[in-house]
Ligand binder design. Structure first.
Ligand SMILES: Cc1ncc(COP(=O)(O)O)c(C=O)c1O
Length: 445
């Protein structure tokens, strides 16, 4: 999306001018939001304008901005100590968090490695899979986003610009993601079977020995690639392939994890148990923490083979433990499922009067809405999608894009029904305006 200055007040404009003169041009920016403060699912900008937050800091603030229990945990930890280095010493906050993660893991008998971010979680998973299997080749998926450091970037295949001019270092062969709305292989076949037939009949015969593959890294719902829910049956068959050849099934739950989809982990919808889970984003409520959960039998690396100065920082660990406890104690997993159904029902109902809504999909509060110029050809309505996002921002609703022509709705799991209603009203108003602007190119449903 092209960044526009429109919508920012005078104070916001001044900050943006200084930002552009002092910060890296590699940041993309969605629109001219300059944040002053936030609470729950509301944000105020430096000019005093209020916004409803349907994006939660890019699917991070699962318990909302500044949840009081998280604020207290952070403040109490800051009063005790805030750094010592988990790679070299011990502290209970990291152990408490690790035990909590073990108790909610989607598989039994696990150990936890704590890092600082999503990309580091993925680096850790790559290294552990290499370490455990002694193999160095991997499978990934087109449309995937796994991070921007050189290991994770080897898997990221969401936008070409993210790889432009870089030479990622890990050997990854990318498969099409099993997208039921836009199947990339045989459209008549189940999208999951089509991808896995292609893997077994083509790739394993012509390109790669399956016994050379250390791991398959996959998002249980493809995030940046468009909030794509995989075709049914895909994951059980993928698990079976992994078991047959000793390949580790590594799931990236960085965006989909910690309750967002109506389960602790999105992979739980698929009835399979992974070998490694990558987590970050929602775990720490915005404080930098990430890591991996791995089966004990796989986490066999020796002392010194992996570590980090800041990973599992005590303040971030305290925030993470408080976040997970809030999700559990306030019943936010069920709430995410119910609110998500409510939003998807409402947007599907809008679909009857808005011909540009091609597909509404998701689980819980990980919702994608794909816009098209024509329901039959599914021509991508990129400009229309961008108009909706910019207009909604100017009207007081924060949305962000995903994929080439989709919008994601990822509010906090505890957003109130009134705020959801208010947000959806703004969304439909912006959608109506965008359709009027781009209508001449559209056909009726
Ligand atoms: C699925 C997924 N994996 C990995 C990452 C990278 O996380 P980070 O930006 O914390 O490095 C992201 C970030 O958006 C993500 O959505």
């Amino acid at each position: 999306m092209k960044f526009s200055l429109s919508g920012a007040g005078p104070k916001g404009q001044a900050v943006i001018q200084r930002d552009l003169a002092s910060l890296s041009p590699s940041y993309t920016r969605e629109y001219a939001l300059v944040v002053d403060r936030a609470q729950g699912s509301e944000i105020w900008d430096v000019d005093g304008r209020r916004y409803i937050d349907f994006m939660a800091g890019v699917a991070v603030l699962n318990v909302g901005h500044r949840h009081p229990a998280v604020v207290t945990a952070v403040q109490e930890q800051v009063d005790k100590f805030w750094h010592i280095c988990l790679s070299d010493f011990f502290y209970p906050q990291a152990v408490d968090l690790a035990e909590k993660l073990q108790s909610i893991a989607p598989m039994d008998n696990t150990l936890i490695y704590l890092a600082n971010s999503g990309t580091e979680a993925v680096e850790s998973a790559i290294k552990l899979a290499m370490y455990k299997t002694g193999r160095s080749k991997f499978l990934g998926f087109l449309g995937a986003f796994h991070g921007r450091t050189l290991g994770s970037l080897s898997f990221t295949a969401s936008k070409a610009v993210q790889r432009e001019n870089y030479k990622p270092g890990v050997y990854v062969h990318h498969l099409p993601y099993p997208n039921p709305y836009r199947p990339q292989l045989l459209p008549s076949q189940n999208a999951g079977d089509a991808v896995l037939d292609y893997l077994e009949e083509q790739i394993f015969h012509s390109l790669l020995e399956p016994e050379d593959i250390a791991g398959i890294l996959v998002e249980p719902i493809q995030g940046e690639g468009g909030y794509v829910v995989p075709a049914p049956g895909f994951f059980p068959r993928l698990r079976e392939i992994c078991d047959r050849y000793g390949i580790l099934l590594m799931v990236d739950e960085i965006q989909s994890g910690v309750g967002r989809t109506g389960r602790w982990w999105a992979i739980e919808h698929e009835d399979v148990e992974p070998d490694i889970v990558c987590f970050a984003k929602g775990v720490g409520s915005g404080l930098p923490i990430g890591g991996i959960i791995a089966r004990k039998e796989h986490m066999v690396w020796r002392p010194g083979s992996h570590g980090s100065t800041f990973g599992g920082n005590p303040v971030a660990a305290a925030a993470a433990l408080a976040t997970l406890n809030v999700i559990e104690q306030e019943g936010l997993i069920d709430k995410a499922a119910a609110t998500g159904d409510m939003i998807m029902d409402s947007v599907r109902e809008m679909q009857t009067r808005h011909p540009s809504i091609g597909d509404v999909r998701g689980r819980g509060l990980m919702i994608g809405i794909e816009f098209v110029l024509d329901q039959l050809t599914k021509e991508r309505a990129v400009a229309l999608r961008n108009t909706i996002i910019q207009d909604a921002f100017e009207e007081g609703l924060l949305l962000i894009p995903c994929g080439r022509n989709a919008i994601r709705m990822t509010p906090a799991l505890n957003i109130s029904p009134d705020m959801v209603k208010e947000g959806l009203q703004i969304f439909e108003k912006s959608l109506t305006k965008a359709e009027q602007l781009h209508l001449s190119r559209m056909t009726a449903v």
